[in-house]
Write a protein that binds this ligand. Structure first.
Ligand code: UD1
Length: 342
């Protein structure tokens, strides 16, 4: 094995997904060799072609379920430096209808993956968690010490459960497993080349893909869910960050684990700024010159009024901050939408 001379292999589960694919690019740029593990149940093979065009070469890819211990043998048969675990079901509404699927897939695969890593002595694990663990936070901006609220959906519960599970795995490993738990706020945008971006299958549940599809004429209009919230303009507030900034945070987390092997810590990843739905619409119109057809509708059950990050811990410990603006995010999201049309 000549692995010592080559780039460290990082398994990226869900590497064909939205955040995963952008992280593959960031890993390559930082000198790692990403290895995509994705069964493509919720993404498309074209993502791999987009990655190849950005990187100028193909990426090692295994079309398997990361929770399939047998199939994962092939991936672990060569040295693995670390794992970034994105693969999970992520639709809040679907999780209410299919809780068993969410428990089994999200928690089961994380458990098996952590077990495989411990068996093989793979030291670094970066896990995709979510600001959803905070529920309706008492104080804003929310920092990592805020209490975890009872989960509002099976999806949210699986993120909390995986965090807890990985704390136990970390403890059991007695210093042999380092874990970065990353709590994402709202990632949007796409790669500036428009070679990769968000590819929702079917009707998008999230704001920005629905918005860009409405502008593109695929949907008749965006429904703004609720205009009577106790916020500055009556619409919900979220912390939207560029997916390329978020991707870079995963590299920063790996670097931190290399500096501090065997540690476990949790980090908020956001801009620190909240934007309302109305402000996102205005920013989109400013950034692209296109108007957004929209109407105001009822609140969506389960939505929190406002949440945005205190991301100072990531700045101090991971040496990571967002660099791209909301307008950058929306311009890139639109470029991607236009590319899809063409
Ligand atoms: C939620 C979770 C997040 C999870 C994501 C997965 C929270 C705080 N966040 O994000 O952890 O990863 O779901 O799907 O629980 N909106 C509209 N019209 C639309 C769509 C959305 O007005 O057609 C509004 C929503 O009411 C919300 C904002 O846009 O205020 C963002 O919604 P969305 O993009 O779905 O993300 P979250 O619900 O914040």
């Amino acid at each position: 094995m000549t692995e010592t001379a080559s780039a460290p292999r990082i398994i990226v589960t869900g590497g064909a997904g939205f955040i995963g694919s952008h992280t593959v690019v960031a890993l390559e740029e930082a000198g790692y060799a990403p290895v995509i593990v994705d069964d493509l149940r919720n993404s498309r093979p074209e993502v791999l072609e987009g990655l190849e065009r950005i990187l100028g070469h193909s990426v090692e890819f295994h079309r398997i379920d990361c929770g399939d211990v047998q199939a994962m043998q092939a991936v672990f048969s060569q040295p693995v430096h670390g794992v970034i675990h994105f693969a999970a079901d992520k639709a809040v509404g679907e999780s209410v209808a299919q809780p068993e699927q969410y428990f089994s897939n999200n928690i089961g695969s994380t458990a098996r993956l952590a077990g495989m890593m411990r068996e093989r002595g793979v030291q670094h694990l970066v896990f995709s968690s979510s600001c959803t663990v905070y529920g309706e936070a008492g104080e804003l901006p929310v920092d990592e010490s805020a209490p975890i609220q009872p989960a509002a959906s099976p999806y949210g519960f699986t993120k909390q459960a995986c965090e807890t599970l990985l704390r136990y795995s970390h403890r059991a490993a007695e210093g042999a497993l380092g874990v970065a738990l990353l709590r994402y706020f709202n990632p949007i945008g796409g790669h500036p080349t428009a070679e990769i971006g968000e590819l929702p299958l079917g009707t998008p549940a999230n704001l920005v893909p629905y918005l860009t599809q409405s502008v593109a004429g695929i949907r008749s209009e965006l429904t703004v869910f609720g205009s009577d919230y106790p916020t500055r303009d009556g619409t919900c507030i979220r912390d939207y960050l560029h997916v390329c900034d978020l991707a870079e945070a995963h590299v920063a987390a790996l670097r931190w684990l290399e500096r501090a092997p065997g540690m476990l810590d949790v980090f908020n990843l956001g801009t620190g700024e909240g934007s309302s739905v109305k402000e996102v619409i205005s920013a989109f119109e400013r950034a692209t010159g296109k108007s957004v057809p929209h109407r105001f509708g009822d609140r969506r059950p389960g939505d929190v009024t406002a949440i945005y990050a205190n991301a100072e811990k990531a700045a101090q410990v991971l040496q990571w901050r967002t660099r791209r603006s909301l307008d950058d995010c929306l311009a890139d999201a639109w470029r991607w939408q236009e590319k899809l049309k063409g």
